[in-house]
Design a protein around this ligand. Structure first.
Ligand SMILES: Cc1ncc(C[n+]2csc(CCOP(=O)(O)OP(=O)(O)O)c2C)c(N)n1
Ligand SMILES: CC(=O)[C@@H](O)[C@H](O)COP(=O)(O)O
Ligand SMILES: [Mg+2]
Length: 622
C-alpha cells in the first residue's frame, strides 16, 4: 500500500486529497497507531474506531477557525497525527513526550483539554455562545462517545443547548461500547436506532411525504405540526434528540469517509443545534482489538502479531485483591452490594459482577449518581461499596458530603488509583482525595501499606457503621515485610513498625514501603529511626503523634497526595497544638498538576523516590 502519510505535513494536504487518497491515508494512520501503541501502550481501540471520522471532520471543517472538542480526549491520536504531531507521535504518553489527551500547550488545534468524560458538549456550548456574543463566525463541534453520553453532564448540556437554539454540532460516536459494553436506557435506545437501518431511508421518505401534504408540510398550523411530529415519533430515529431541540442526522456509517463528509456538510448548514449519529467499530482494522475492544481500550504494550501483552505481571493488582475480597465477603454477607461507574474491569469487579449479578450495579459514567445510589442503598440497610478511581470520585464530592456524610451512612468508598497513576497524566493522577475528603465530618479514611493490610481493612469496613474511604494505588499488591504477628485494625490507631529515638517517619499507604527502605538505610548510617504506618488519615492517631513528638527531634511525614490539606498538614495541626519544638519535614506532592510519565520517574523527579527522600532528610539533619 502506498504510504501517503510519509508525505503528509499538515491540514492543507488533507484538503487537497481525493477520496482514494483519504482512504489510503486512513490505513496508513491505523498502521502508525498500532505500531506506536504496541510499544508505548495507550487507548488503541477507541482511536482505531475514529480514523475515518477524524479525517472527515478535518476535511469538512476549517481547523484554523472551527472548534473541535474531543470528549474524554483518549481518542484524539488521529487528530494529533493530522495536526502537526506526526513526527512526535512516537513519544505519546512517555515522560516529556506528547500527551495521550488534548493539551492546549501542545497545539493550537487542541482547543479544550479533556480527560474526564462528558464535558465536551458544555465546553462546546460555551464556545458557541461566546462566538454569538462576540460576533464571530465559526463552527463548534463536540465529538462524544456513546459511553460519555451516559453521564449527567452530557444530558445537562444537551438540555441547555437545545434551549439556546445556537449553532452547535454534536457528533455522537456510537460504537456500542464504553470501556466495557455500554449500559443504560440511552444505550438501548441507540441500539434500537442502529439495528433498524431502514430507519435512515424511512426518515427521509417520511419527511418528504409529510412535507408534500398541504397544511402539514408547510407547517401552517400548530396542530398539523404536532400531527407530523407524532407520526415521525413512531417512524423516525433520533426523536429523543429532536425533542430536546436538536436536529438529528443519521445513523451514518462512521467508516465511510464519503458519507460522513456529505452528512457533516449537511450538519454545517443546519440552523441551531444538530446531532450527527455516527456508527463505528471500536478497534476497527486490528483483529485482536476488534475482538476484545475492552482489553484494547487502554492497552499496555503488546505483541502486534499475537495481540498478547508483553509484560505479564505475576503479582495481583490492588484492584484484583479488592475484587476477590469483595466476592468472599459478599458470599458470607448478603447486605454487600458493589457499584461501579463504567469501570468493572479497571476496578477489579469483573468476576464479582458474574458471581453476584443481583448485587452489582454498573451505573455508566455517572459518579455522582453512583454515590447517591449508594446512600440510598445504605439507608435501607444494605452495605454498598462504591469502587471508583480517585480522580473520578472528584465528580461526586458534593454527593459524598451531602448524601452520605451528613446522614452518616455506612457507605464504603473503595478508592482505586490513589496517588500517581503514570502515563495518563495530570487529568488522572489521584493525588487530591485526602484533601477533598478529610475535611468532611463523619468520614473515616484509611490507606493500606500492603496486601495483607488491604484485606484486613476491607474486612474491618464490613461492620463499620459510617462513611469509610479506603484509598489504594494503581499497580501490584504484595507484602514486603516478613512478619508473623500483625496487629489488628483498630479505629484511629496507627502501627509502629520500627522503634527509635531521633527521627520519626510517619507514612501512609503505598508510601510506607519507601519509608521502610529509607528507614533501613538511615539505620545503616547509624541513625535511630521510628517508623510509623499511619493506617488512618482520619481519625489520626493523635495520642501516638503527641507521644512521638515528645521523643523525636525530626518528624517526617510521607504521602502520595498533594501537600495542601493532605496527611502531613493534618499531622502538623496536631504538632502545633502540642507545642512541638522540633523540626518537621512534610514530603508530599507539590501544588501543581503533575505531568504524565512512569510513576517511578515522576517520584524521582519530585524527590520522592527512596534516594530523594534520603537526600531531603539528610539536608534537614544538616
Ligand atoms: C468522569 C469519568 N469517569 C470515567 C472515565 C473513564 N473512562 C474513560 S473512557 C471511558 C469510556 C468512554 O466510552 P465512549 O465515550 O463511548 O468512548 P469510546 O472509547 O467507546 O470511543 C471511561 C468510562 C473518565 N474518563 N471520566
Ligand atoms: C481514558 C480513561 O479515563 C481510562 O481509560 C483510563 O485511561 C484508564 O486507566 P487505567 O489503565 O488505570 O485503568
Ligand atoms: Mg463508545
Amino acid at each position: 500500500m502506498e504510504n501517503i502519510l510519509s508525505r503528509y505535513s499538515d491540514l492543507k494536504d488533507l484538503k487537497a486529497m481525493n477520496m482514494e487518497e483519504l482512504n489510503t491515508l486512513a490505513e496508513n494512520i491505523r498502521e502508525l497507531i498500532i505500531e506506536v501503541v504496541s510499544k508505548n501502550g495507550g487507548h488503541l481501540a477507541s482511536n482505531l474506531g475514529v480514523v475515518e471520522l477524524t479525517i472527515a471532520l478535518h476535511k469538512v471543517f476549517n481547523g484554523d477557525l472551527d472548534k473541535i472538542i474531543w470528549d474524554v480526549g483518549h481518542q484524539s491520536y488521529v487528530h494529533k497525527i493530522l495536526t502537526g504531531r506526526k513526527e512526535s507521535f512516537h513519544t505519546i504518553r512517555t515522560h516529556k513526550g506528547i500527551s495521550g489527551f488534548p493539551k492546549r500547550k501542545e497545539s493550537k488545534y487542541d482547543i479544550f483539554e479533556t480527560g474526564h468524560s462528558s464535558t465536551s458538549i458544555s465546553a462546546a456550548l460555551g464556545y458557541a455562545l461566546s462566538r454569538d456574543i462576540i460576533g464571530e463566525k465559526h463552527n463548534v463541534i463536540s465529538v462524544i462517545g456513546d459511553g460519555a453520553m451516559t453521564a449527567g453532564m452530557a444530558f445537562e448540556a444537551l438540555n441547555h443547548a437545545g434551549d439556546t437554539g445556537t449553532d452547535l454540532i454534536v457528533v455522537l460516536n456510537d460504537n456500542e461500547m464504553s470501556i466495557s459494553q455500554n449500559v443504560g436506557g440511552l444505550s438501548q435506545y441507540l441500539n434500537r436506532i442502529r439495528t433498524a437501518p431502514t430507519y435512515f431511508k424511512v426518515k427521509e421518505d417520511v419527511e418528504a411525504i409529510l412535507n408534500s401534504i398541504p397544511g402539514i408540510g408547510k407547517q401552517v398550523f400548530k396542530t398539523a405540526e404536532r400531527a407530523k411530529d407524532s407520526i415521525k415519533y413512531f417512524l423516525v430515529p433520533g426523536m429523543f434528540f429532536e425533542e430536546l431541540g436538536f436536529k438529528y442526522l443519521g445513523p451514518i456509517d462512521g467508516h465511510n469517509i464519503n458519507d460522513m463528509i456529505r452528512e457533516l456538510e449537511r450538519a454545517k448548514k443546519v440552523k441551531g443545534p444538530v446531532l450527527v449519529h455516527v456508527i463505528t467499530k471500536k478497534g476497527k482494522g486490528y483483529k485482536p482489538a476488534e475482538e476484545h475492544p475492552d482489553k484494547f481500550h487502554g492497552s499496555s504494550p503488546f505483541n502486534i502479531d499475537t495481540g498478547k501483552p508483553i509484560n505479564i505481571s505475576i503479582e495481583p493488582s490492588y484492584s484484583d485483591i479488592l475484587g476477590d475480597t469483595l466476592i468472599n465477603m459478599a458470599n458470607k454477607d448478603n447486605r454487600i452490594v458493589a457499584i461501579t461507574a463504567a469501570m468493572p474491569e479497571g476496578t477489579g469487579l469483573s468476576k464479582y459482577k458474574e458471581i453476584h449479578k443481583d448485587r452489582f450495579f454498573d451505573v455508566g459514567i455517572a459518579e455522582q449518581h453512583g454515590v447517591t445510589l449508594a446512600a440510598g442503598l445504605a439507608s435501607n440497610n444494605l452495605k454498598p461499596y462504591f469502587v471508583v478511581y480517585s480522580t473520578f470520585l472528584q465528580r461526586g464530592y458534593d454527593q459524598v458530603l451531602h448524601d452520605v456524610c451528613i446522614q452518616n451512612l455506612p457507605v464504603v468508598f473503595a478508592i482505586d488509583r490513589a496517588g500517581l497513576v503514570g502515563d495518563d497524566g495530570e487529568t488522572h493522577h489521584g493525588v487530591f482525595d485526602l484533601s477533598y475528603l478529610s475535611h468532611i465530618p463523619n468520614i473515616t479514611i484509611m490507606a493500606p501499606r500492603d496486601k495483607s493490610e488491604f484485606i484486613q481493612m476491607l474486612e474491618f469496613s464490613k461492620d463499620y457503621n459510617g462513611p469509610l474511604a479506603i484509598r489504594y494505588p494503581r499497580g501490584n499488591c504484595y507484602d514486603y515485610i516478613e512478619e508473623n504477628n500483625r496487629t489488628d485494625i483498630e479505629l484511629g490507631k496507627s502501627e509502629v513498625l520500627v522503634k527509635g529515638k531521633d527521627i520519626a517517619i510517619i507514612a501512609i499507604g503505598g508510601m510506607v514501603e519507601k519509608a521502610y527502605k529509607v528507614t533501613e538505610e538511615l539505620k545503616r548510617q547509624g541513625r535511630s529511626v521510628t517508623l510509623i504506618n499511619g493506617r488512618f488519615v482520619k481519625p489520626l492517631d493523635e495520642d501516638l503523634i503527641k507521644k512521638v513528638s515528645n521523643e523525636h527531634s525530626l518528624i517526617v511525614t510521607l504521602e502520595d497526595n498533594v501537600k495542601t490539606g493532605g496527611f502531613g498538614s493534618l499531622i502538623n495541626d496536631i504538632l502545633v497544638q502540642s507545642n512541638y519544638r522540633g523540626e518537621i519535614l512534610n514530603i508530599a506532592l507539590p501544588d501543581i498538576f503533575i505531568e504524565h510519565g512512569k510513576v517511578n520517574l515522576l517520584f524521582k523527579q519530585y524527590n520522592m523516590d527512596v534516594e530523594g527522600i534520603l537526600n531531603r532528610i539528610s539536608e534537614k539533619i544538616k
